[in-house]
Write a protein that binds this ligand. Structure first.
Ligand code: TPP
Length: 762
């Protein structure tokens, strides 16, 4: 029975550190005491053959049950250790798995090579899988304890976070953003089948099942709904997506109750549904096996609903008594899965209560000793150490990869006329040809998004790719940017090279977490063991003629530029667009880079620069033999003109406007040079400084907004690096872009640039 006195004390606790320590201890004691009392009271049954079912009607044998009890116990003691470590200031993470140890049976129903994306309550799953891989029990425990201790020796995140992950166990680490891994899990399931279909190598076997677990409250999240819906939609359309969703339903999201039966009622109707009492190991094992078998055999998604409990609160310092009744807490304890498995063993005559209690104590000592050892292991001590795996950059290797072109026959199949023989191309045409070239050389390149296949994109950029490369590699997705990016992340982590398209920049924002929280953190939290190479093409910026309004003319990229490690490319000209796309694809392949490729919609089909009919914005497509010399490394700008009076720093649409303004100014003896940044993250700081020093005066022409726009960083870079000359900037307004001619009132214009330049030169 739970000790009510202790919980009464708890309600008096404040949130000071000392009080928190008491809370942590009291809650831990309550769970441990309950285990001892409940197991001590069990009545042994007649001895059964351990090779037979541990209980009539189950497929779980006594031997397997004993093994799984061992990992369940290990998982429970990791939570105990996390709390003890916290009390000693040796541990930094106390969200535990107590009450969810039934997920050991889910792991047992899967294979060690089935890719797993796990909920943070997956201690028992992880330990089971570790044992399945032939590792010693102690190794799995140590992995987790090193994570709690934030030690740099922790095998996956190296002390950067406490996650479940291991490259040898096919466990892909997840961030703390609940549910954000479901879209990726669908992508992994999709990629298992797609790689098999295309005959491509994959880290996962062709008959693998992707598994993805999450809590009941998380199931309400938009990203979770995206994952569930995408899998169901794919299935509805006849696609094979072997993904098993496991909802571990403890009825709570921190303090908020999930209405009873909500998960059952709100589950996706098109997903095969399995449910089990997650506190009953034998039942969970039987049902999980059926669910896994369904997914594996049918290559179809399924939803496994496990009813669990949450013991020891949400995390160490959570004062559960503040929002739950004692009766509710006690009812959870009565369902303690560790006690339930102990009962299975005792009633099958496979263990004595005293033996299990002695084992608990011995194992507890062992885990706490391991915890003390782990707490003494090294931690990350410098920013350089912390950041080492963030976004590896090997520019020489990338340059080497850029020149890898498709064999002549493959190119001839890909193009009716080779693009280098087509004459001068527009930006849209150049990107289209570079995509085709990439697809011809690398069968793992997949192009997908909204309207990219049959229609060839709203602006025709992907036109013809479906016909040439087939529906397996060029396909339309359902209308959900999270689904598009999630699929890309799953494909990327599975060895493919996804090139998804986001139809308009504004719509990237409602799926940004897939880049911000998921894609960009993968190498950081796995020390490069897992990576998600990605080139997201985004139709971007304003100045569209005839198709106005904010959402088709968004000019904000602030949310992208502060994501550590993400490459933001912003080509303006056709030749740069093709070369920079090659660079991004090579960086993705070589370094696993996450690249956002911002395509200026208004320049897609632009032909002229200075005068009507001058074709000044067209450029020829470089043949593969010239890809080395035309290579544009990440972080290198392009300079125009040789004026000595003023440097105009710009990019995107600003380049064309600045070049036009510069010609007029130069004609009046005001010598201008124009610098196209081309890369907005990382900024080409060296080129910027050189161009600035050459004239001693800088005008920044920035089509993004005044607040949070690119110009802020350019000014900061100039000042930080010691530029002392005058600096001015012209930007768009801090406004959304209105429909029709009014758009011009809030957007940077050519005359703004010219006026500001004259002022700076006056
Ligand atoms: C997107 C996001 N919002 C909020 C949080 C903070 N948070 C962490 S866990 C949690 C509750 C999750 O509950 P549930 O999915 O039921 O899982 P449980 O903890 O009960 O296992 C919340 C709100 C988060 N991690 N991510």
């Amino acid at each position: 029975m739970i000790d009510n006195r202790l919980y009464t004390d708890l309600s008096l606790c404040g949130t000071e550190r000392a009080s928190c320590d008491i809370i942590v201890r009291v809650v831990r004691d309550a769970v441990e005491t309950h285990f001892a009392e409940a197991v001590g009271a069990l009545t042994p049954g007649p001895a059964r053959d351990p090779d037979l079912p541990v209980r009539p009607g189950t497929s779980l044998t006594g031997t397997r049950c004993r093994e799984l009890f061992a990992v369940q116990l290990g998982s429970r003691l990791l939570d105990v250790a996390a709390r003890v470590m916290r009390e000693r200031d040796e541990g930094f993470y106390t969200i535990g798995s107590s009450g969810h140890e039934g997920n050991a049976a889910v792991a047992a129903a899967l294979r060690v090579d089935d890719p797993a994306l796990l909920h943070y309550r997956s201690g028992a799953f992880y330990l089971t899988r570790s044992a399945q891989a032939g590792r010693l029990a102690e190794e799995g425990l140590r992995d987790v304890l090193l994570g709690i201790a934030a030690s740099s020796e922790e095998p996956i995140a190296g002390g950067r976070h406490k996650v479940f992950g291991h490259p040898d166990l096919a466990v892909i680490p997840q961030t703390s953003t609940i549910a954000s891994h479901l879209p990726r899990a669908v992508g992994v399931g999709f990629a298992i089948e797609r790689a098999r279909m295309l005959g491509l190598p994959s880290p996962w076997p062709g008959d693998a099942v992707a598994v993805c677990s999450f809590g009941d409250a998380s199931m309400n999240h938009a990203s979770a709904l995206t994952g569930l819906n995408t899998a169901a939609y794919g299935r509805f359309r006849g696609l094979q997506i072997p993904v098993l969703f496991v909802c571990e339903d403890n009825g709570l999201g921190i303090s908020v109750k999930t209405p009873p039966e909500w998960v059952t009622q709100a589950r996706h109707p098109l997903l095969e549904y399995f449910q089990a009492d997650g506190c009953d190991l034998a039942e969970t094992y039987d049902v999980a096996r059926r669910a896994v078998e369904h997914v594996r055999a049918n290559r179809a998604p399924a939803f496994l609903h496990l009813r669990t409990v949450r013991l020891m609160g949400h995390a160490g310092s959570d004062v559960e008594i503040g929002y739950r009744t004692r009766k509710e807490i006690a009812a959870d304890l009565e369902r303690d899965p560790l006690v339930r498995t102990a009962r299975l063993l005792v009633e099958a005559g496979l263990a004595e209560p005293d033996e299990l209690l002695a084992r608990y104590e011995a194992e507890r000592d062992h885990v706490l000793k391991l915890a003390s050892e782990c707490a003494r292991r090294p931690r990350l001590t410098t920013a350089a150490e912390v950041m080492a795996p963030l976004a590896p950059r090997r520019p020489e290797a990338v340059a080497g990869e850029v020149v890898r072109s498709a064999p002549a026959e493959a190119r001839e199949r890909a193009f009716t006329t080779l693009p280098e023989q087509e004459g001068r191309l527009t930006v849209a045409q150049a990107i289209n040809r570079a995509l085709a070239d990439a697809m011809a050389v690398d069968p793992g390149v997949l192009v997908f998004g909204e309207d990219v296949a049959r229609k060839g994109g709203v602006y025709g950029v992907t036109r013809g790719l479906l016909r040439r490369f087939g529906a397996e590699r060029v396909f339309d997705m359902l209308l959900d940017e999270q689904a598009i990016l999630g699929l890309a992340l799953g494909a990327g982590v599975s060895g493919l090279l996804p090139v998804p398209e986001i139809q308009y920049l504004a719509y990237l924002h409602n799926a940004l977490d897939q880049i911000r929280g998921e894609a960009s953190t993968m190498q950081f939290f796995s020390q490069g063991a897992y990576r998600n190479p990605l080139v997201v093409r985004v139709a971007s910026y304003a100045y569209q003629k005839g198709f106005g309004g904010h959402f088709h003319n968004d000019n904000s990229i602030a949310a992208l530029r502060d994501i550590p490690g993400v490459i933001v490319a912003s080509p303006a000209r056709p030749d740069d667009a093709a070369a920079m796309l090659r660079t991004c694809l090579a960086a993705a392949r070589t370094d696993g880079s996450v690249c956002v490729f911002l395509e200026p919609i208004a320049l897609y089909h632009t032909r002229d620069l200075f005068e009507e009919g001058d074709d000044g914005w067209l450029a020829p497509y470089a043949p593969p033999a010239r890809w080395a010399e035309t290579h544009v490394p990440v972080g290198r700008a392009r300079s125009y003109g040789d004026g000595r009076d003023l440097t105009i720093v710009t990019y995107g649409n600003g380049l064309r406007m600045s070049l036009r303004a510069a010609v007029r100014l130069t004609a009046e003896d005001m010598g201008c040079r124009v610098l196209d940044l081309r890369w907005l993250s990382p900024l080409p700081v060296d080129d910027l400084m050189r161009a600035a020093e050459l004239t001693g005066r800088v005008l920044i022409a920035d089509e993004t907004r005044q607040s949070g726009g690119v110009s802020e960083s350019v000014i900061a870079a100039l000042v930080d690096n010691g530029f002392r000359g005058p600096i001015a900037r012209v930007t768009s307004q801090d406004s959304f872009v209105p429909l029709g001619p009014a758009a011009g009132t809030v957007l940077l214009s050519e005359s703004d640039i010219e006026r500001a330049a004259r002022k700076l030169l006056a």
